[in-house]
Design a protein around this ligand. Structure first.
Ligand SMILES: *[C@@H]1O[C@H](CO)[C@@H](O)[C@H](O)[C@H]1NC(C)=O
Ligand SMILES: *[C@@H]1O[C@H](CO)[C@@H](O)[C@H](O)[C@H]1NC(C)=O
Length: 367
């Protein structure tokens, strides 16, 4: 007797658990991923073919082009507008039977992969990106091989699509093989690149570049900088530097290559001209030149210097190549004319335009 009661209890309990699980699966939305442009079928739970259901998306009746096949909703040529939360309700009582989150997307294409070592000889990093959006979550798997061995790959904490790898040895002649696979619910695609240690070495630009005039010397500028902080062993892996400078009014750069020195004196500056100066770095033996450092501006020492007004925004357009020391028009900007309305605005706009044009020129030089 006691046995029978226990068995009955078990059966009832099991039934309750099954019923609960079913209800739960009806209430919790599941994801369905579909390819853009395809015809999509959504099945309402596990209802039979003769079941009659109605569908809602985001809580309202489905308006998009569709038809019903019993418990199935068929959408034609879906696009992003079909994304949404779909629910089906069994007729005639309207009980909800299923909830589907429909995500329209595209399978990934081969990612673009580049690798670079700015921390030679410690390690290198690889970064990748997709040229085309996939509209659905896409993850990347990275595999790095060297001399028939898989290397440990670490996610970069600061950059999303980037990972870091330590060099297992220095001066290795074996190539590195990096395979990046993009994966999402609709497919996957991979890109493999292969390179030698020496070809990916590219330091970060030099830092803290300063240029200062030299007193009583109208043609000199003292330029100094520091090696990039990311370069780990400057003593054993020295860098050489490349300096370029030009007066703002000229397009043509002048260049100086320097081995192992972190300062240089420009001796041929035009008196009174404002200069723009940048520095790049490279390992003395391998790899490529860094990008240019942030541009610094400096003007050689001027006898009886004019009162210095903030920066340099105003003299540029009035200056010609033959003009001597530029007569500063800057104060005009500082004193807003006492006028009303539009004239002032015109002036302000003009001044802004000048500043922007110059900034753009400096940036272009950085490329
Ligand atoms: C449903 O709502 C989502 C987010 O609010 C929206 O992006 C989507 O277009 C809606 N879907 C439909 C079919 O209205
Ligand atoms: C790259 O990795 C993916 C995923 O692990 C794999 O399917 C593919 O064959 C690999 N490609 C190469 C060239 O090794």
């Amino acid at each position: 007797m006691a046995n029978l009661v226990t068995s009955l209890c078990c059966v009832v309990l099991a039934a309750v658990v099954v019923a609960y699980a079913q209800r739960r699966s009806q209430l919790v939305a599941r994801n369905q991923y579909e390819r853009m442009g395809s015809d999509v079928t959504m099945q309402c739970g596990s209802l039979d073919n003769d079941a009659s259901v109605s569908w809602k998306v985001n809580g309202t009746d489905v308006k998009a082009q569709h038809h019903l096949e019993g418990p199935r909703l068929v959408l034609n040529e879906v696009d992003l507008g079909h994304n949404g939360l779909y629910s089906c309700f069994q007729n005639p009582h309207g009980e909800r039977r299923d909830t589907i989150y429909l995500h329209i997307g595209i399978p990934p294409r081969d990612p673009t992969v580049t690798c670079r070592s700015n921390t030679y000889p410690k390690g290198f990093y690889c970064s990748w990106h997709q040229l085309h959006p996939t509209y659905i979550p896409t993850t990347f798997e990275v595999d790095v091989q060297h001399n028939q061995r898989s290397l440990e790959v670490q996610k970069d904490p600061d950059h999303k699509n980037r990972c870091r790898v330590r060099f297992p040895e220095v001066f290795s002649s074996y190539p590195y093989k990096v395979n990046v696979t993009a994966v999402n619910a609709l497919g996957k695609a991979s890109t493999t690149i292969s390179f030698e240690e020496s070809s990916i070495v590219k330091p970060d630009p030099p830092e803290r570049v300063t240029a200062t005039p030299i007193r009583f010397n109208a043609r000199r500028l003292e330029v100094s900088w520091q090696s990039p902080a990311t370069w780990p062993d400057i003593d054993n892996f020295p860098l050489k530097y490349f300096l370029r400078y030009r007066p703002l009014i000229r397009e043509q750069w002048q260049h100086v290559e320097l081995s192992d020195s972190t300062s240089h004196t420009i001796t041929d500056a035009y008196a009174g001209k404002e200069y723009i100066i940048q520095v790049a770095a490279k390992d003395t033996e391998i790899g490529t030149w860094s990008d240019w450092s942030v541009a610094v501006h400096a003007t050689p020492w001027i006898e009886d210097p004019l009162p210095i007004t903030s920066t340099t925004e105003v003299d540029f357009p009035t200056e010609t190549k033959t003009s001597p020391i530029p007569s500063s028009n800057a104060p005009q900007k500082a004193e807003p004319p006492e006028c009303c309305c539009c004239l002032c605005d015109v002036n302000v706009l003009f001044l802004k335009g000048v500043g922007g044009g110059r900034g753009g020129g400096g940036g272009g030089g950085g490329g």
